[in-house]
Ligand binder design. Sequence first.
Ligand code: LMR
Length: 396
Amino acid sequence: MPLFASHQAPTPDKILRVMQAFREDERPDKIDLGVGVYRTPDGKTPILRAVKTAEQRLIDGQTTKGYVGLAGDPTFHTAVRDLVLGPAVPAERIAALATPGGTGAVRQAFELVKLARPAARVWTSAPTWPNHEAILDTLAMPWRPYRYYCPETGGIDRAGLLEDLSRTETGDVVLLHGCCHNPTGADLTLDDWDAIATILNARGAVPMVDLAYQGFGQGVETDVAGLRRLVSAVPEALITVSASKNFGLYRDRVGLVLTVCDTARAATAVQGTLAWLNRQSYAFPPDHGARVVTEILGDASLRADWEAELDGMRERVVAMRLALSDALRAESGSDRFSFLQAHNGMFTLLPATSDQVATLRRDHAVYMIDDGRINLAGLTPDTVAPAARAIASVLG
Ligand code: LMR
């Protein structure tokens, strides 16, 4: 019997399904509010100016493509660690691992947790990015949701969140979103971060913070203020970082795991384990994109240009968010969509059923994720009005 004779491929997740369906739709006026990538008003996902310059420097100056260390280049670790954590935790308590993208970081962080505590249970926000749960299932790691989002208000279910986290047990891992919560767009306040730190410390649970949109919420520093307060208040934490969105390096796969340990000795041991984890999966992590990020963060003028362009991307997304909210108010004759304005980053979760999402796709060529998640960066000044008209007419 051939090995693959009765092989069945797993069903692609809901984000990948929308990408595929959008690609196959031949209607010229189709609107893509699906996958979370940034787009310019003419629908392009640009290469940032600072990235182009840094890449040119690499091409001109690089003299070898020999292997880097298993954990990646230490200057990359330091550059991204400083960007994310600033002075929140002493460097000797942090172990770091370069990975292929933020997804690779999430995978390796879960692998590390499983290795350290095979029975560890991971709590995920309800809802969360679908790949969080899919990777946990793939690793056969137990997980359970904690209450996070309140569809009635479009805000955080604060009481539910804190009540659920007060049921965590010693050694549990609580997965949080650093900013620009995916899929809801509803972010924690600084008081929420403090309250979570207090509960996790009392319960002995470990936070893991996935950070994929630094700079898309309020700004590069403001977006990590809560995360920094959390990590400075707890003995241990995992942080997974993606450079896909804020450096626009999607296909170059640039990610980092930062593991905050309670002692420098533990960090040294974890550093060895992280390197070993890379060795067991793909040996050496990709280097090109990581080096581009390091070059940008280490050069004052490139860094200023990167921040300026990132500010511009954020402002465009905010402008589309406000324009859609206004257009929905006009189309629906109500304030029921005004919660959009309180959200951060690329996403907002619309209160749409999967049937309504299917109708929007079939009758209006407006594509969003089945759960109602829309990517505001997929809108342009020209598509706000037709998108709002379609959404208001289908959602009633
Ligand atoms: C998204 O949430 O749409 C992005 O992070 C892309 C992905 O890999 O799912």
